[in-house]
Design a protein around this ligand. Structure first.
Ligand code: ATP
Length: 507
């Protein structure tokens, strides 16, 4: 098994053991690609969501919030294009009986060629040392050029076939590239078929009057449908944004890799409404702002990269992903899309209601253009968890697992321990706990040796542990232990809150 898969497995079992993430309906053997967040998970998730909200809404005077319902009028999804176009091309391998997204099979194939190119460049870099001119090498090396041409040729067949829904064309591409099923190893493929990803249910009391409605596959449409309500009630002037967090549902076919791809997940989206013609400026602005947000968690820049889209969705005139290096490699974490006026125009057309903005600066009415930032909360959770997970060998030969979470995102900020259960230590520790919990999420524990208690807090990423001992009763000092260095210091009780508060600041 590849080492990276090992890491993901370890994170999954750690997440379960310490109450971060459970398989949904586990007592019934689970429900595929659906997960529940346990007591520590729910805190971490809430902290990530709050941090996003604060950065978007609290820090931007021209961004306001919304909480639209999951159910929307079914025509919404006709207007947005989801009824007709929100589908994946699927192909089955007749031997393994496994189902794949046909475009993903081809994209994976291209990624392998890309990896060959990168290997070639790395090799040359080593060989030539300082004298290496990477650009020249990429532009002249015959093997690199041949592989780049291969990728170009594949793109020139895949994307037009996807756009025109030419299922036979996609299948032929898979056959021509001799792509084999990773499980059976055979090239025994079925036809390619389109499969809509929206879940539907019915609303209404009787079978005759019931209407088929969808569980929203993205939160964005709730924002578009409320665009005028929000603009009018807040008297926002363009450019302005509407932010929303909430559940979205997709009947994903290739649903694996833990909470990376789920059937029920949470999005944090912001639609930024701008004057037509200025959208590229704002697109670049939000690409930059969102990358800065990611780096502000303290995760190093080399774990992130941009991926500009060659193939654009039907609504976009520019799009990029922020990719993160998950244990299974670089994958999409957030999308930044310049959505043009596609959505608002479509809703105007289907609803027969005007969704225009009168711009007093140029004295013109128009349908605004939109730049969207869309991030999966669960994917961000996985990014944070996988970067934080650390196995350490200590000087005394023992080992510990420590979640080096950014302190401001940690489920508990402080754990308070009386050294023993007697001599009035629990009472004193409780008094400290009661003071701190007004401001911070805290945890109190008396059971087990102090070392064991420290380890349990390390495993869930608590930045500080406070221990109350006999000296505390004499001079009102405690020991404070820092998670990453494990250093302990003796400080006065009234200094605890300041030290913890300082560490929780986002720098
Ligand atoms: P992918 O290509 O991985 O399917 P997407 O391009 O369809 O993602 P968007 O529609 O742009 O994704 O959704 C915005 C964000 O929502 C994604 O960047 C991702 O973080 C998150 N997201 C999308 N689908 C899922 C899912 N099935 N499970 C968890 N998060 C998801």
């Amino acid at each position: 098994m590849a080492k990276q898969e090992d890491v993901l497995k370890k994170i999954i079992s750690h997440a379960k053991e310490y109450g971060f993430v459970f398989q949904s309906s586990e007592i019934y053997d689970g429900l595929s690609a659906v997960y529940d967040y346990g007591p520590n998970g729910v805190e971490l998730k809430k902290n990530i969501r709050d941090y996003w909200w604060k950065s978007m809404v609290q820090f931007h005077e021209n961004i306001v919030g919304l909480d639209a319902a999951i159910f929307m009028h079914p025509t919404t999804w006709k207007a947005s294009g989801h009824v007709d176009a929100f589908s994946d091309p699927l192909i089955d391998n007749k031997d393994s009986k496994k189902r794949y997204r046909a475009d993903v099979l081809v994209e994976d194939f291209m990624a392998k060629i890309e990896a060959k190119i990168e290997k070639e460049v790395t090799k040359a870099k080593k060989r030539f040392g300082d004298a290496f001119d990477e650009q020249q090498f990429r532009e002249t090396n015959p093997r690199v050029l041949a592989n780049m041409k291969k990728i170009e040729d594949i793109k020139n067949r895949l994307y037009p076939a996807m756009d025109s829904e030419d299922m036979e064309g996609i299948r032929q591409l898979i056959i021509d590239l001799e792509i084999a099923d990773p499980i059976s190893g055979t090239k025994n493929w079925t036809e390619v078929r389109q499969f809509n990803l929206m879940f539907s249910t019915s609303m209404g009391s009787t079978a005759d009057s019931a209407t088929e409605i969808y569980l929203r596959p993205e939160t964005a449409q709730g924002i578009f449908a409320n665009y005028l309500n929000v603009q009018k009630t807040t008297r926002m002037k363009i450019p302005f944004g509407i932010a929303q967090t909430g559940k979205a549902f997709r009947n994903e076919i290739v649903a694996r890799q833990f909470i990376f791809r789920m059937r029920e997940f949470e999005q944090m989206e912001m639609q930024f409404f701008v004057r037509p013609g200025t959208e590229m400026k704002w697109y670049e602005y939000w690409k930059d702002a969102r990358m800065k947000w990611h780096l502000s968690t303290g995760i190093p820049a080399d774990k992130y990269r941009f991926h500009d889209h060659d193939k654009l969705a039907h609504y976009a005139n520019a799009a990029a992903d922020i990719e993160f290096e998950f244990p299974m490699g670089f994958k999409e974490l957030e999308g930044i899309h310049s959505r043009t006026d596609f959505d608002l125009k479509a809703h105007e057309e289907y609803s027969n209601k005007k969704l225009r903005y009168h711009d007093p600066e140029i004295n013109e009415s128009y349908v605004p253009y939109v730049v969207e930032t869309s991030i999966g909360l669960d994917r961000m959770f996985l990014a944070i968890m996988s970067h934080a997970y650390t196995e350490e060998k200590l000087e005394d030969g023992s080992e510990r697992i420590v979640m080096k979470l950014p302190p401001f995102l940690a489920p508990n900020k402080v754990a308070v321990f009386p050294l023993t259960k007697k001599d009035g230590l629990p009472e004193k520790a409780r008094e400290i706990m009661d003071g701190l919990k007004q401001d911070y999420m805290c945890f109190y524990e008396e059971k087990d040796a102090i070392g064991k208690r420290y380890r349990r807090q390390d495993a869930i990423g608590t930045p500080y542990c406070i221990t109350v001992d006999h000296q505390t009763l004499e001079d009102n000092t405690v020991t404070i232990r820092e998670r990453d260095t494990m250093k302990q210091e003796r400080i006065a009780i009234d200094k605890i809150s300041g030290i913890v508060g300082d560490r929780l600041k986002v720098r």
